[in-house]
Design a protein around this ligand. Structure first.
Ligand code: SF4
Length: 421
């Protein structure tokens, strides 16, 4: 069991990210299985107070990334978000993200969010086609989405990520193309684009079971994904994760010339730092109902009901669902690192000899590549200064072989991941 007093006294040094779950929405979307509740305005005050109590159960940490997710965190008054932020310490260049829906928002509120320290918005747009939005049960229109995006820019948000979906039953390839055309004009720093997942317990799931809805053709879905990858490649974005694309601002960096980790940093300058930490298997704190944490070699999630959440905190216990606790030893951590790292399209993972890997390479799902190690440039320059030349044999120490998904591998990513479990 994870004791609150042990967490509080923990000397865990490798955590600098916190996720804060706000479980409120104004309407439940038909495909969504997140822990979120509607018409709960009366709960906002109490829930904020308990979030703060839970934050205080963790040691004081200087955070590099803070992420308000949900649900719809932007439904909370800016003053409450500010109260939560006041409980946290963060570094000077911290990334502080808030998820936002294109409804229930005003210019004044956006300005308040900016003023209290939110410096990155994640806008849940999903589609710019009204008929698609209606189909998935979203409240906003395409116009609302574009208006909010522009309003956020005016309110001073220089870092915006947009969430989109594809593979929706009534969405055509032309609909998707129109979405991409709009992105071309808006030029957000980051785009997350996921295919629809049919989650058990959702309205969509029961419609699927009853035969009212059916999944889209797999070939069409693959075609859509290929279209997405090509679009971002041609429009100056770096695909840094299977479903995430970051705008490249450094005109000197060509994606195919990435030879070292310095280039990679430039390519990924606009990538969501918080989510990158998940994929790099870094540790993080999660507070709020259903939030997941990776702390002190344990992975666990919080319970999902208000009553239990409040009761456990009142009893001075962390509001953890005991059934979710997993101990992450070194072996497990290595496994996770490989599996999550493979989602990272540019950097992939370090190559290791393994029969399954060779097979995946042979089948064109993975590719090997060479990259200069992190500290290569400095060392190279120092060597050059010292000897007025650079010993090529020495260079071997500064290169490493890595593997990453190919385009075919991305399309069949689930099959590849199975090999790593
Ligand atoms: S707005 Fe987001 S969190 Fe809320 S119901 Fe819709 S998809 Fe789920």
């Amino acid at each position: 069991m994870i004791e609150t007093k042990n967490i509080k006294a923990s000397k865990e040094k490798n955590v600098d990210a916190i996720y804060i779950h706000i479980p409120f929405c104004s309407k439940k979307c038909e495909y969504c299985d997140f822990c979120t509740f509607i018409r709960m305005e009366k709960e906002y005050r109490k829930y904020t107070d308990y979030l703060i109590k839970e934050i205080r159960m963790y040691p004081k940490i200087k955070y590099d990334t803070i992420y308000f997710g949900g649900g719809t965190p932007s439904l909370l008054p800016a003053e409450m978000i500010n109260e939560i932020l006041n409980e946290l310490d963060w570094s000077e260049n911290a990334e502080i993200t808030l998820e936002l829906n294109p409804t229930d928002m005003t210019f004044e509120k956006l300005k308040k969010f900016r003023k209290i320290g939110i410096n990155r918005l994640s806008i849940g747009i999903q589609s710019f086609q009204d008929h698609v939005l209606k189909f998935i049960g979203r409240q906003h229109s395409s116009k609302d989405a574009v208006d909010i995006y522009k309003m956020a820019r005016k309110a001073g948000f220089l870092n915006i990520t947009v969430d989109l979906m594809f593979g929706i039953p009534n969405q055509s390839i032309e609909d998707l193309q129109r979405d991409l055309n709009i992105l071309q004009e808006l030029k957000p720093e980051n785009v997350s684009i996921y295919s629809l997942i049919w989650e058990e317990g959702t309205v969509f799931w029961s419609k699927l079971q009853k035969g009212i809805l059916s999944e889209i053709d797999q070939d069409l879905e693959a075609l859509m994904y290929e279209k997405i990858i090509d679009f971002f490649e041609k429009n100056g974005y770096c695909q840094y994760e299977i479903s995430n694309f970051a705008r490249i601002d450094d005109k000197d960096v060509e994606i195919y010339e990435m030879t070292n980790f310095e280039d990679l940093k430039k390519l990924q300058k606009n990538a969501g730092r918080h989510n990158l930490k998940y994929w790099q298997n870094q540790k993080f704190v999660g507070v709020g109902m259903s939030a997941a944490s990776y702390f002190d070699n344990n992975r666990y999630s919080n319970i999902r009901t208000f009553e239990k959440y409040y009761n456990l905190i009142d009893e001075k216990n962390l509001p953890i669902d005991k059934n979710t606790i997993e101990i992450v030893d070194e072996v497990e951590s290595e496994k996770l690192k490989k599996m999550l790292g493979l989602r990272l399209i540019q950097e992939g993972i370090e190559y290791f000899e393994d029969e399954k890997i060779e097979k995946l390479i042979e089948n064109g799902l993975l590719e090997k590549f060479i990259i200069e190690k992190d500290n290569f440039i400095n060392k190279k320059n120092k060597e050059f200064e010292k000897n007025e030349c650079f010993d090529k044999n020495l260079a071997k120490n500064f290169y490493e072989t890595r593997i990453r998904l190919t385009k075919k591998g991305m399309l069949l990513a689930n099959n590849v991941f199975v090999e790593f479990i």
